[in-house]
Design a protein around this ligand. Structure first.
Ligand code: SF4
Length: 414
């Protein structure tokens, strides 16, 4: 099976995404209250209302980059005076909004009634949403989430919950709708069920050869960003995990000649998924896992699922606010990575230094040393930008990856 053979889940994903964006535009036209959110704002809260929908500019930017439109959209923002050093998600989104969604596969996002950002992944995002606040005259609600060098403290959780309550009141006031805690509880339960299937899907990477590539997981994470809290979200991931399990049972693997099992650190290089996947397969290498997709549904310092016990949904959403890697200090990052390296039997790590995402990249050099020196896992650093293809060199990247494979061979021969 070729690495990019279209599976049933892959075909279903294309339909799912098209329907999700169509539904978003349709409901907005019919009068739904529209919120634009940062990826880790708890979407389940909006499902506690009858008629609130949300769009996710980061996910929309990733989709543009994946369809080869990243540079086109970035250049629009650059012509407005935004620096090339700014995160390419921000440039894509600002550029796309500036000309009314032109060139976007989904015709952009419907105009928001409210912007909701948070500062746990980065402060740049807050400034980016502030641009929309100024340009569109739309209110901007900022959730302040404490950084976590260590596991989250109860006082931090209480502080986050108090802001969720303020956000709910704000939406009630602005939209005239009432929030229903039981609906939010149900939404969290759907998310939690879907995440359990997601972890089951990722678990097929433990097989030798792996049942998945990290590229499969990059593509399949989209519903997590734009459709959390729904029954269809849980159903999609159940079918994905079931189909992957069936393929493994039948002996159908994305890289059957797998010789090297690699791990990826940083955001997906959206513009290179197909080329990088095929190039690695030709070398007998498979990136079987990634921090970016493993952290979904977990809490800091581990990639294991953090289960929902049916309790207070606000408390649960606050506890999982820092699930992504960016807000984690080096100790938490390396603890989780070491766990993944051991459980997936990883031969080498590719650290992708990301020109756009400084918060993800800032500790990578220290982490690379730690993995190599303390745990003896060969690693390389490659230079990418997750959405701006102008800042990527295929030749330089593959030269380094080939050097990593040689280092793995040398270690095996020693
Ligand atoms: S810099 Fe990184 S964390 Fe911040 S918006 Fe860009 S991709 Fe997200």
């Amino acid at each position: 099976m070729a690495a990019f053979e279209k599976t049933e889940s892959g075909k279903r994903l294309s339909r799912y995404m098209a329907d999700a964006y169509l539904n978003l535009h349709t409901r907005a036209q019919q009068g739904a209250f529209v919120v634009w959110i940062a990826i880790n704002v708890p979407a389940e809260l909006f499902l506690g209302f009858d008629n609130v929908v949300y769009g996710v500019p980061e996910s929309h930017a990733a989709m543009n980059a994946g369809k080869g439109l990243g540079v086109v959209q970035c250049e629009k923002a650059e012509r407005l005076g935004y620096s090339m050093d700014l995160c390419s998600y921000a440039r894509i989104d600002i550029g796309c909004v500036a000309d009314g969604g032109k060139d976007s596969p989904s015709f952009g996002l419907p105009r928001p009634d409210l912007l909701v950002s948070n500062n746990n992944n980065c402060s740049l995002l807050v400034k980016w949403f502030d641009v929309h606040h100024r340009e569109m005259g739309v209110p901007h609600f900022i959730i302040d989430v404490p950084f976590c060098y260590e596991p989250q403290q109860q006082k931090d959780r209480a502080y986050i919950v108090s802001q969720f309550k303020d956000l709910i009141k704000t939406i009630e006031t602005m939209s005239g709708q009432r929030f229903d805690m039981d609906k939010a509880r149900q939404a969290v339960a759907h998310t939690s069920e879907g995440v359990a299937h997601w972890k089951r899907f990722l678990g097929f990477a433990k097989n030798r050869p792996s049942g998945i590539t990290a590229f499969d997981s990059f593509v399949q994470m989209a519903p997590f960003l734009i459709a959390r809290g729904t029954e269809s979200f849980a159903a999609h991931y159940r079918l994905l995990a079931d189909e992957t399990g069936q393929r493994v049972a039948e002996g159908r693997f994305p890289v059957p000649s797998e010789k090297y099992r690699l791990f990826w650190d940083n955001i997906a290089p959206w513009h290179q998924l197909r080329d990088m996947s095929a190039g690695l397969e030709a070398l007998g290498a498979n990136i079987v896992g990634a921090t970016y997709t493993s952290c979904i549904g977990s809490i800091e310092g581990s990639f294991d699922i953090y289960p929902y016990d049916g309790g207070d949904p606000l408390e649960f959403c606050a506890r999982t606010q820092n699930c992504y890697i960016c807000p984690h200090g080096l100790g938490l990052r390396s603890r989780a990575m070491r766990q993944a390296v051991e459980s997936l039997q990883i031969d080498g790590i590719v650290f992708a230094s990301n020109r756009s995402c400084k918060p993800y990249s800032i500790t990578q050099l220290d982490q690379q040393r730690l993995m190599q020196d303390a745990f003896g896992v060969p690693a390389v650093m490659v230079e990418v930008d997750h959405a701006d293809a102008r800042k990527y060199s295929r030749e330089a990247t593959f030269t380094r990856i080939e050097a990593l494979l040689e280092a793995i061979d040398a270690r095996r021969a020693a």
